[in-house]
Write a protein that binds this ligand. Structure first.
Ligand code: AMP
Length: 282
């Protein structure tokens, strides 16, 4: 039976009972509109813990005023059915007032790792994410929490805040789930027309091509410039970044870089898509 919890009090009671019964708890924070990527995180949480709790909360603090907070898909009934089907025992679906009571006045800002890439193009974003994730991790008090590599920089930001603030939940990264075509699953794919969905495939194809070029020793600036051109000629309206970075710092690679991460953010009409892949050491 699936329990749907919406208040801090109900969540605390629910968790306290499970802990008292000796259960281990895996936690999967989401914004809902669930797809196979989210379900993979939940399955992994179920495989490694006795209980899985999934939170569904569209976090206003991580959207800038001009972004898609209002139109972000909200599908709680469908999400609940999907989670119940795979054996998830509980959902935490708080209102904005529960997550941010009227006197809420704190925020969590992570340093260097949150500055480049998404930090540059979405200046509100990581403080919004870090604040909500810190609050959720502390409210739930799970043994392990699961996050996707689809949001690679976000995963690094969360690992940093967990370490720096000594949050007792272990953070687990899960590889990106893709369609057979290679397209990374994303709730925002729902905004794409069939033609745009085809165009969107250029991101992963180009990232994979960049990885081959990197391994064959081509200069990074040239690989990045060609890749950007490639997206624009496939019909992307704007490329925020198409770049090769040090996988640990997310800064441009240096001679001491051990592994590379190739990251993309680009716009198809009003829809901003992100993706990334890793290239391990030479
Ligand atoms: P969201 O609901 O988009 O905030 O995502 C919730 C969690 O699911 C985050 O940890 C995401 O990184 C993860 N996630 C989203 N899409 C995927 C995917 N295609 N594969 C793996 N994890 C994903």
């Amino acid at each position: 039976m699936l329990s749907i919890l919406s208040t801090q009090h109900d969540l605390k009671n629910y968790i306290a009972n499970k802990i008292a019964a000796g259960k281990t708890i895996g936690f999967v924070p989401t914004m809902g509109a669930l797809h196979e990527g989210h379900l993979t995180l939940a399955r992994e949480a179920l495989a490694e813990n006795d209980e899985c709790i999934v939170s569904i909360f569209v976090n206003p603090k991580q959207f800038a005023p001009h972004e898609d907070f209002d139109k972000y898909p909200r599908t709680l009934d469908k999400d609940s059915a999907l989670l119940e089907d795979i054996g998830v025992q509980s959902i935490f679906a708080p209102s904005v007032d529960v997550m941010y009571p009227p006197d809420f006045q704190s925020s969590v800002t992570v340093g260097n790792i949150s500055k480049p890439l998404e930090g540059e193009f979405r200046p509100h974003f990581f403080t919004g994410v870090a604040t909500v994730v810190t609050r959720l991790l502390l409210l739930v008090g799970a043994h392990k929490a699961y996050f996707g590599e689809k949001d690679y920089q976000q995963l690094q930001v969360i690992k940093a805040l967990q370490r720096d603030l000594a949050i007792p939940t272990e953070i687990i990264g899960v590889p990106t789930v893709r369609e057979a075509s290679g397209l990374a699953l994303s709730s925002r794919n729902a905004y794409l027309s069939p033609t745009q969905k085809d165009q969107a495939l250029t991101i992963i194809r180009t990232l994979r091509h960049m990885a081959d070029e990197l391994k064959s020793g081509q200069p990074i600036a040239q690989i990045e410039a060609t890749a950007t051109e490639n997206l624009l000629s496939a019909g992307f309206d704007k490329v925020d970044y198409m770049t090769i970075r040090d996988a640990d710092t997310l800064l441009p690679p240096t001679p001491t870089t051990k592994s590379h991460r190739l990251l993309a953010a680009a716009w198809l009409g009003q829809t901003r898509l992100i993706d990334n892949i890793g290239v391990s050491s030479k």
